[in-house]
Design a protein around this ligand. Sequence first.
Ligand SMILES: Nc1ncnc2c1ncn2[C@@H]1O[C@H](COP(=O)(O)OP(=O)(O)O)[C@@H](O)[C@H]1O
Ligand SMILES: [Mg+2]
Length: 261
Amino acid sequence: MSAIAVDSDLVLEARDLHLRFGNVEALKQVSIRVRPGEIHAIIGPNGAGKSSLLNCLSGFYRPQTGSVRFMGGDITRLAPNRRAAVGMGRTFQGIQTYPSMTARENILTGFHNCMRTGMLDALLYWGRVRREEEAFAAKAEEIIEFLELEELRHTVVGDLSYGLRKRVDLGRAIALDPKVLIMDEPMAGMNPEEKGDLARYILDIRDARGIPVVLVEHDMEVVMDISDTVTVIDFGRVIAVGTPAEVRRDPAVIAAYLGKE
Ligand SMILES: Nc1ncnc2c1ncn2[C@@H]1O[C@H](COP(=O)(O)OP(=O)(O)O)[C@@H](O)[C@H]1O
Ligand SMILES: [Mg+2]
Protein backbone atom coordinates (compact mmCIF):
# COMPACT_ATOMS: atom_id res chain seq x y z
CA MET A 1 0.00 0.00 0.00
CA SER A 2 1.30 3.44 -0.83
CA ALA A 3 1.86 5.98 1.91
CA ILE A 4 -0.97 8.49 2.26
CA ALA A 5 0.02 12.08 2.93
CA VAL A 6 -1.29 13.36 6.25
CA ASP A 7 -3.58 16.27 5.61
CA SER A 8 -3.98 18.04 8.93
CA ASP A 9 -6.32 20.51 7.27
CA LEU A 10 -9.16 18.01 7.17
CA VAL A 11 -11.95 18.17 9.73
CA LEU A 12 -13.20 14.69 9.06
CA GLU A 13 -11.65 11.90 7.04
CA ALA A 14 -12.54 8.28 6.43
CA ARG A 15 -10.03 5.99 4.77
CA ASP A 16 -10.64 2.71 3.02
CA LEU A 17 -13.84 1.82 4.82
CA HIS A 18 -15.12 -1.66 4.23
CA LEU A 19 -18.53 -2.53 5.66
CA ARG A 20 -20.29 -5.84 5.19
CA PHE A 21 -23.71 -7.07 6.32
CA GLY A 22 -23.71 -10.83 5.75
CA ASN A 23 -23.37 -11.15 2.00
CA VAL A 24 -24.03 -7.49 1.34
CA GLU A 25 -20.95 -5.36 0.85
CA ALA A 26 -22.35 -1.96 1.72
CA LEU A 27 -19.02 -0.12 1.49
CA LYS A 28 -15.91 -1.12 -0.41
CA GLN A 29 -12.73 0.87 0.09
CA VAL A 30 -14.63 4.08 0.63
CA SER A 31 -12.71 7.23 1.53
CA ILE A 32 -14.00 10.73 2.08
CA ARG A 33 -12.22 13.96 2.99
CA VAL A 34 -14.11 16.85 4.54
CA ARG A 35 -12.34 20.22 4.63
CA PRO A 36 -13.04 23.06 7.07
CA GLY A 37 -16.07 25.14 6.23
CA GLU A 38 -17.19 23.13 3.24
CA ILE A 39 -20.58 21.75 2.34
CA HIS A 40 -19.85 18.21 1.21
CA ALA A 41 -22.65 16.28 -0.46
CA ILE A 42 -22.77 12.51 -0.81
CA ILE A 43 -24.90 11.37 -3.69
CA GLY A 44 -25.64 8.10 -5.44
CA PRO A 45 -28.51 5.81 -6.44
CA ASN A 46 -30.70 4.08 -3.83
CA GLY A 47 -28.86 1.39 -1.92
CA ALA A 48 -25.48 2.78 -2.99
CA GLY A 49 -24.22 2.96 0.61
CA LYS A 50 -24.72 6.66 1.44
CA SER A 51 -26.44 6.15 4.81
CA SER A 52 -23.96 3.40 5.65
CA LEU A 53 -21.13 5.85 5.10
CA LEU A 54 -22.77 8.48 7.34
CA ASN A 55 -23.32 5.81 9.99
CA CYS A 56 -19.63 4.86 9.87
CA LEU A 57 -18.69 8.52 10.25
CA SER A 58 -20.94 9.02 13.25
CA GLY A 59 -20.22 5.63 14.83
CA PHE A 60 -23.58 3.86 14.46
CA TYR A 61 -21.98 1.30 12.13
CA ARG A 62 -18.57 -0.18 12.77
CA PRO A 63 -16.68 -0.86 9.53
CA GLN A 64 -14.77 -4.16 9.34
CA THR A 65 -11.70 -2.31 8.11
CA GLY A 66 -10.67 1.28 7.56
CA SER A 67 -10.35 4.30 9.80
CA VAL A 68 -12.16 7.51 10.66
CA ARG A 69 -10.28 10.61 11.81
CA PHE A 70 -11.95 13.69 13.25
CA MET A 71 -10.22 16.95 14.19
CA GLY A 72 -6.87 15.19 13.90
CA GLY A 73 -7.71 12.24 16.19
CA ASP A 74 -8.52 8.62 15.37
CA ILE A 75 -12.15 8.01 16.35
CA THR A 76 -12.61 4.67 14.56
CA ARG A 77 -13.45 2.91 17.84
CA LEU A 78 -15.40 5.72 19.50
CA ALA A 79 -19.11 5.11 20.32
CA PRO A 80 -21.71 7.45 18.76
CA ASN A 81 -22.38 9.40 21.98
CA ARG A 82 -18.65 9.96 22.45
CA ARG A 83 -18.42 11.25 18.88
CA ALA A 84 -21.30 13.60 19.58
CA ALA A 85 -19.50 14.80 22.71
CA VAL A 86 -16.34 15.60 20.73
CA GLY A 87 -18.27 17.64 18.19
CA MET A 88 -20.22 15.54 15.70
CA GLY A 89 -23.73 16.86 15.17
CA ARG A 90 -26.13 14.69 13.26
CA THR A 91 -29.65 14.51 11.87
CA PHE A 92 -31.27 11.33 10.62
CA GLN A 93 -33.64 10.38 7.82
CA GLY A 94 -37.25 11.19 8.69
CA ILE A 95 -38.51 12.84 11.86
CA GLN A 96 -36.51 12.56 15.08
CA THR A 97 -38.28 15.18 17.20
CA TYR A 98 -40.44 14.44 20.26
CA PRO A 99 -44.00 15.31 19.13
CA SER A 100 -45.45 16.07 22.58
CA MET A 101 -42.63 18.44 23.52
CA THR A 102 -42.37 22.08 22.48
CA ALA A 103 -39.87 23.36 19.92
CA ARG A 104 -37.77 24.82 22.74
CA GLU A 105 -37.84 21.60 24.76
CA ASN A 106 -36.80 19.59 21.71
CA ILE A 107 -33.84 21.89 21.16
CA LEU A 108 -32.91 21.54 24.85
CA THR A 109 -32.69 17.74 24.44
CA GLY A 110 -29.72 18.43 22.18
CA PHE A 111 -27.69 19.46 25.21
CA HIS A 112 -28.02 16.12 26.96
CA ASN A 113 -24.89 14.67 25.43
CA CYS A 114 -22.73 17.45 26.72
CA MET A 115 -24.03 17.53 30.28
CA ARG A 116 -20.77 17.16 32.11
CA THR A 117 -22.59 16.45 35.30
CA GLY A 118 -23.53 12.80 35.83
CA MET A 119 -26.35 11.47 38.02
CA LEU A 120 -24.35 11.22 41.24
CA ASP A 121 -22.65 14.54 40.57
CA ALA A 122 -26.06 16.00 39.98
CA LEU A 123 -27.10 15.07 43.50
CA LEU A 124 -23.91 16.38 45.04
CA TYR A 125 -23.39 19.51 43.04
CA TRP A 126 -26.85 20.70 42.18
CA GLY A 127 -25.49 24.25 41.90
CA ARG A 128 -23.35 23.32 38.93
CA VAL A 129 -26.30 21.58 37.32
CA ARG A 130 -28.37 24.70 37.70
CA ARG A 131 -25.62 26.81 36.16
CA GLU A 132 -25.34 24.40 33.22
CA GLU A 133 -29.09 24.52 32.72
CA GLU A 134 -29.07 28.29 32.68
CA ALA A 135 -26.30 28.27 30.10
CA PHE A 136 -28.24 25.77 28.00
CA ALA A 137 -31.42 27.85 28.19
CA ALA A 138 -29.52 30.88 26.92
CA LYS A 139 -27.97 28.86 24.10
CA ALA A 140 -31.34 27.37 23.17
CA GLU A 141 -32.69 30.90 22.89
CA GLU A 142 -29.80 31.81 20.55
CA ILE A 143 -30.62 28.83 18.33
CA ILE A 144 -34.32 29.69 18.33
CA GLU A 145 -33.46 33.14 17.03
CA PHE A 146 -30.96 31.82 14.51
CA LEU A 147 -33.57 29.44 13.05
CA GLU A 148 -36.34 32.04 13.27
CA LEU A 149 -38.47 29.88 15.54
CA GLU A 150 -39.33 32.65 18.04
CA GLU A 151 -43.06 32.51 17.41
CA LEU A 152 -43.10 28.75 17.75
CA ARG A 153 -40.83 28.18 20.73
CA HIS A 154 -43.70 27.04 22.95
CA THR A 155 -45.64 25.21 20.25
CA VAL A 156 -45.85 21.45 20.60
CA VAL A 157 -43.79 20.00 17.76
CA GLY A 158 -46.49 17.50 16.78
CA ASP A 159 -48.58 20.49 15.64
CA LEU A 160 -45.89 21.81 13.29
CA SER A 161 -45.52 21.18 9.57
CA TYR A 162 -42.92 18.66 8.41
CA GLY A 163 -40.54 21.38 7.31
CA LEU A 164 -40.71 23.16 10.66
CA ARG A 165 -40.22 19.92 12.57
CA LYS A 166 -37.06 19.30 10.53
CA ARG A 167 -35.96 22.82 11.40
CA VAL A 168 -36.43 22.08 15.12
CA ASP A 169 -34.44 18.87 14.63
CA LEU A 170 -31.67 20.95 13.08
CA GLY A 171 -31.76 23.16 16.17
CA ARG A 172 -31.36 20.07 18.36
CA ALA A 173 -28.38 18.96 16.23
CA ILE A 174 -26.55 22.29 16.49
CA ALA A 175 -27.17 22.67 20.24
CA LEU A 176 -23.86 20.99 21.01
CA ASP A 177 -21.95 23.52 18.89
CA PRO A 178 -20.77 20.72 16.64
CA LYS A 179 -17.51 20.93 14.70
CA VAL A 180 -19.19 19.12 11.85
CA LEU A 181 -22.85 18.57 11.02
CA ILE A 182 -23.89 15.30 9.37
CA MET A 183 -27.33 15.15 7.74
CA ASP A 184 -29.04 12.22 6.04
CA GLU A 185 -31.51 13.37 3.36
CA PRO A 186 -32.64 16.43 5.30
CA MET A 187 -34.90 17.58 2.46
CA ALA A 188 -36.69 14.33 1.69
CA GLY A 189 -40.46 14.89 1.86
CA MET A 190 -40.22 18.68 1.82
CA ASN A 191 -41.99 21.02 -0.55
CA PRO A 192 -39.88 23.42 -2.66
CA GLU A 193 -40.35 26.30 -0.22
CA GLU A 194 -39.29 24.19 2.76
CA LYS A 195 -36.28 22.96 0.79
CA GLY A 196 -35.30 26.53 -0.02
CA ASP A 197 -35.56 27.51 3.66
CA LEU A 198 -33.49 24.57 4.84
CA ALA A 199 -30.85 25.17 2.15
CA ARG A 200 -30.57 28.73 3.44
CA TYR A 201 -30.15 27.57 7.06
CA ILE A 202 -27.50 25.05 6.03
CA LEU A 203 -25.59 27.80 4.24
CA ASP A 204 -26.05 30.09 7.28
CA ILE A 205 -24.73 27.43 9.65
CA ARG A 206 -21.66 27.11 7.50
CA ASP A 207 -21.20 30.85 6.95
CA ALA A 208 -22.08 32.24 10.39
CA ARG A 209 -20.77 29.39 12.53
CA GLY A 210 -18.07 27.99 10.24
CA ILE A 211 -19.44 24.48 10.68
CA PRO A 212 -18.75 22.14 7.76
CA VAL A 213 -21.76 20.11 6.67
CA VAL A 214 -21.77 16.58 5.26
CA LEU A 215 -25.11 15.70 3.75
CA VAL A 216 -26.73 12.96 1.74
CA GLU A 217 -29.22 14.53 -0.64
CA HIS A 218 -31.32 13.34 -3.55
CA ASP A 219 -32.40 16.70 -4.89
CA MET A 220 -29.71 17.39 -7.48
CA GLU A 221 -30.69 21.02 -7.87
CA VAL A 222 -30.07 21.60 -4.15
CA VAL A 223 -26.82 19.61 -4.25
CA MET A 224 -25.51 21.56 -7.23
CA ASP A 225 -26.57 24.84 -5.61
CA ILE A 226 -25.10 24.59 -2.14
CA SER A 227 -22.24 22.04 -2.23
CA ASP A 228 -18.56 22.82 -2.48
CA THR A 229 -17.60 19.17 -2.92
CA VAL A 230 -19.57 16.13 -4.02
CA THR A 231 -18.61 12.50 -3.38
CA VAL A 232 -20.51 10.07 -5.62
CA ILE A 233 -21.09 6.49 -4.47
CA ASP A 234 -22.39 3.60 -6.53
CA PHE A 235 -22.60 -0.04 -5.38
CA GLY A 236 -20.61 0.77 -2.24
CA ARG A 237 -17.71 2.41 -4.08
CA VAL A 238 -16.68 6.01 -4.57
CA ILE A 239 -16.90 6.61 -8.31
CA ALA A 240 -16.22 10.36 -8.38
CA VAL A 241 -15.20 13.27 -6.15
CA GLY A 242 -15.13 16.91 -7.19
CA THR A 243 -17.00 20.16 -7.46
CA PRO A 244 -20.65 19.93 -8.52
CA ALA A 245 -19.66 20.99 -12.05
CA GLU A 246 -16.93 18.33 -12.19
CA VAL A 247 -19.06 15.43 -11.04
CA ARG A 248 -21.99 16.44 -13.23
CA ARG A 249 -19.95 15.87 -16.39
CA ASP A 250 -18.11 12.78 -15.10
CA PRO A 251 -18.93 9.86 -17.42
CA ALA A 252 -18.97 7.33 -14.54
CA VAL A 253 -21.52 9.47 -12.69
CA ILE A 254 -23.72 9.86 -15.74
CA ALA A 255 -23.57 6.10 -16.32
CA ALA A 256 -24.46 5.35 -12.66
CA TYR A 257 -27.57 7.52 -12.84
CA LEU A 258 -28.76 6.47 -16.30
CA GLY A 259 -31.40 3.81 -16.14
CA LYS A 260 -31.63 3.95 -12.37
CA GLU A 261 -33.60 7.04 -11.53
N1 LIG B 1 -28.33 -2.37 9.20
C1 LIG B 1 -28.26 -3.00 8.02
N2 LIG B 1 -28.40 -4.36 7.96
C2 LIG B 1 -28.30 -5.01 6.79
N3 LIG B 1 -28.08 -4.44 5.60
C3 LIG B 1 -27.94 -3.08 5.60
C4 LIG B 1 -28.02 -2.31 6.80
N4 LIG B 1 -27.83 -1.00 6.47
C5 LIG B 1 -27.64 -0.97 5.15
N5 LIG B 1 -27.69 -2.21 4.61
C6 LIG B 1 -27.53 -2.57 3.19
O1 LIG B 1 -26.39 -1.87 2.72
C7 LIG B 1 -26.65 -1.40 1.40
C8 LIG B 1 -26.49 0.10 1.38
O2 LIG B 1 -27.55 0.69 2.10
P1 LIG B 1 -27.63 2.22 2.48
O3 LIG B 1 -26.33 2.64 3.02
O4 LIG B 1 -28.83 2.42 3.31
O5 LIG B 1 -27.85 2.89 1.03
P2 LIG B 1 -28.35 4.35 0.62
O6 LIG B 1 -28.40 5.19 1.85
O7 LIG B 1 -27.35 4.83 -0.38
O8 LIG B 1 -29.69 4.18 -0.03
C9 LIG B 1 -28.04 -1.86 1.01
O9 LIG B 1 -27.90 -3.06 0.27
C10 LIG B 1 -28.68 -2.09 2.34
O10 LIG B 1 -29.69 -3.07 2.24
MG1 LIG C 1 -30.04 6.21 2.81
